[in-house]
Every structure is written in C-alpha cells, then in structure tokens.
Write a new protein. Structure first.
Ligand code: 13P
Length: 406
C-alpha cells in the first residue's frame, strides 16, 4: 500500500521540522539498500530517478522495480522524477509511475523558467501530481554526472522566489543557498539568513539539492529553516564504489563477487541520513497525514456496429492515442472470451490518480478519438470509473530486505 501523496508527506515533514531523504537510484542495489534503510529506521522516503542519469540504466525497467518496492513497503514512499528536463519527460515519468516531478529549468532566465515550469505544473496538477520547481542555480558534479550541472552558483532571490511560486503554482521549491551537487570541495558558504527569509515568505516545503557532504550542524540549521526534502546521491555512489574496490581485493572477481555488499553499504549510509535529518521514526505519523496513492481503472464494455477487423483497427489507434494522454498508465483493449458475453469488447484504461478522470475526458486527443472513431462504432456500452480499494500490497509481510551473502 504505502505509495503516498508526496505533498502530504512533505507537508508533514515541514510541519514537524524534519527532512525526508530523496535518494537518487541508479540500480536495483540502490532501491534495495534505500528501502532497507527506510524500513529499519521506520522513515518516510522518496525514491528519485534523475533524468540526467538515464544514460546509466533503462528508466522503464528500473521504474517497475521502484514501484514494486514502494508498493510492498510498510513505510510511506513517494516516487519522484529528479531534474526533469521537459513537460514530455514529466508525462513519461508519470505514465511509468512517478507521483512527483521536478522541473529543471533554473539555468534559464527567470521568465523562461516560469514559462517552462508552468507547462509542467499545468499538466501535472491535472493528473493530481505535485511539482518541484527550482530557482537560483545549484552547480557541480553529481557523482559521475559532471557535465549536466556546469557553471557558477546563483543564490535564490527572495523576491523572485515569491513571484515564481505565485505564478507557477509549484508545490515545493528547490533553493540555491550555497550547496553544490557532488563532492564538496572546501567549505560551502551557506546563506542561512536568506533561507530563513525565503521560508518566512513562502511557507511551503523547501528542497535542498547537493545534499552530500554537509556537517550535522549544517543539516540541522537548514532543516530548522524549512528544508523538508534533501536530495542525496554522491555519498551513496561513493559508498558503493568503495565497496566494489574492497571486493576487488578478494579472490572472487565475477560480477556478483564485485557487487557483493553494495546494497548494504547504501543502506548504512541512507540510514545514517534518516537519523540525522529526523525522518527516522516518523513513518507511522506521516502515513496518517498522507493520502494513499490509489490508481483509477476507467472501464468500458461495449458492443460494436462493425466487423471485428474494423473494431481491432479502432482499438489499435485508441491504444496509441490514449496511452499518450497525461496521467494514463496503461491502455488495455479486449475481446470477450465467452461467446455469449453480453458485451463483446472492453477498454481498461488505468489512470494514475482520480484527477485524471476529468482531465482525460476533456483532453482534445481523447475527445477527437471518442467522437470520430469510437462512438460511431460503439453503440451499446457501459462506462464506469473504479478507484482501487487497496493499491497493491499483496505480501503478508514486508520483504524489502537485503539477502546476506553466504
Ligand atoms: P549530491 O549528489 O550532492 O548528493 O546531490 C544530489 C542531488 O541534488 C540530486 O538532485
């Protein structure tokens, strides 16, 4: 069950003065390690997938594992697109199961950032999905991802932040107040007074990028000034790399020998953060505060005034068109198995959230398909929307755990 609404999750953190870790995952070891840490420390958690990392893994395949891990968790989990580059990538991420998206447009001039962000908030909010925007610029090397964040740090301006949030309607704001992505070189120059002012002005959960490498005291002061989500990657990548290097010293040199213990190293580092940032122990309270994430099945059964070839051609076009509408997860079309079935054909369209019932109905591509292709053929029909009663928990006990090596 515990995929939860990320807005409720972060509002709980904001209200009670702790921060949820948004850990970027790049492999199954990361998913396993982070979920193990969250279960062990009873912490809410965000599994993030950064678009800038997509060269390193197959986004669609990893999303299946991420979603399954979140569904079977006993702690609240949200799934986030980190550093999304466009509305198109946000639509794809939502279709694959992300229930929060970030717009990475802060390297553009202010008006362009507002325009690009508005494109994403308009689309995502119509799907019930919260959005993180960024203002100011957090540069630097995100693990092995140097080239995606070049340039110099730009601190977030308080007045621009106010205007940006008002105009775009973002739910969370990533601020630039002195951190950099990746390994910290020298001392960061953190501007707490600016953060305090942004927090007082906006009153919404704030996000810290470049979470790796700060001191306990620095985290604590940032969290006390409104940081409710901390993006964290490089330290996990480094802990994994260190473990692989240690494994090269031992006898076994095959793949499984080299990655042995990587998930455990990630779990240890993520768990340390969860205790440090105050999210450990908050899982049950946060769960009470967050709406659970229940998908909707839009079901249509119908008979057709056309031969089967024509119906199948219409279904095929429908699958192509409808699966691209924001908030649609899957489109199933079917023929009745029983000869004497009252209705011969079906659609089963899965929406990520009840908000999609309206936005799908009103979407121009849906209207055009329904008016020009579906309704002229489908006469007698029934259409009903079903909300999931429970979203997926089938395991009798949590099974997010690391299998210890022999
Ligand atoms: P670090 O790699 O510095 O932890 O930053 C991660 C990040 O901000 C991802 O969005």
């Amino acid at each position: 069950m515990p995929i939860v609404d990320m807005k409720g999750m972060l509002e709980h953190a904001y209200q009670y003065g702790y921060a949820v870790g948004a850990f970027d995952v790049v492999s199954l070891d990361f998913v396993t390690g982070i979920m193990t840490a969250a279960e062990r420390s009873r912490s809410p958690v965000i599994l993030s997938l950064a678009e800038s990392h997509f060269a390193h893994f197959d986004f669609e395949l990893l999303m299946s594992a991420v979603e399954r891990a979140a569904q079977r968790a006993t702690v609240p989990v949200a799934i986030h697109l980190d550093h999304g580059m466009s509305t198109k990538s946000a639509v794809q991420a939502i279709s694959l199961g992300c229930n929060g998206v970030m717009v990475d447009a802060s390297h553009h001039p202010f008006e362009e950032n507002v325009r690009l962000t508005l494109g994403v908030t308009g689309m995502a909010h119509s799907c019930g999905i919260p959005v993180e925007g960024e203002l100011g610029y957090v540069p630097g090397v995100e693990g092995e991802d140097a080239e995606h964040h070049p340039g110099d740090l730009v601190y977030t301006s308080v007045s621009e932040a106010k205007e940006y949030v008002q105009r775009t309607g973002v739910d969370f704001l990533a601020v630039s107040i002195g951190t950099v992505h990746g390994r910290m070189k020298g001392e960061p120059s953190l501007n707490y007074s600016r953060l305090e002012e942004i927090n007082k002005t906006l009153g919404i959960p704030l996000v810290l990028h470049g979470g790796t490498g700060l001191t306990d005291e620095q985290y604590s002061r940032l969290i006390n000034n409104g940081i409710s989500k901390i993006n964290y990657y490089t330290a996990l990548a480094d802990a994994s790399g260190k473990r692989v290097q240690q494994n090269t010293q031992s006898d076994g040199q095959g793949y499984t020998a080299l990655v042995d213990g990587v998930a455990e190293s990630i779990a240890d580092e993520a768990e340390r953060c969860m205790h440090l940032w105050g999210s450990a122990g908050q899982a049950d309270n946060a769960l009470k505060n967050c709406a659970s994430w229940a998908p909707v099945e839009h079901l249509i059964v119908y008979n057709a005034d056309a031969n089967e070839t024509k119906v199948h051609a219409m279904m095929s076009e429908g699958r192509r068109v409808l699966s691209q509408i924001p908030g649609v997860r899957t489109v199933f079309t079917g023929n009745a198995i029983q000869e004497g079935a009252q209705y011969r054909f079906s659609w089963l369209v899965r929406f990520c959230h009840p908000a999609v019932i309206d936005s799908y109905r009103d979407h121009p591509d849906h209207i055009a398909f329904a008016d020009n292709q579906f309704r002229p053929i489908a006469g007698d029909r029934i259409s009903i929307d079903y909300r999931a009663v429970e979203s997926g928990r089938t395991h009798s006990e949590n099974s997010a755990s690391i299998r210890k090596s022999a």
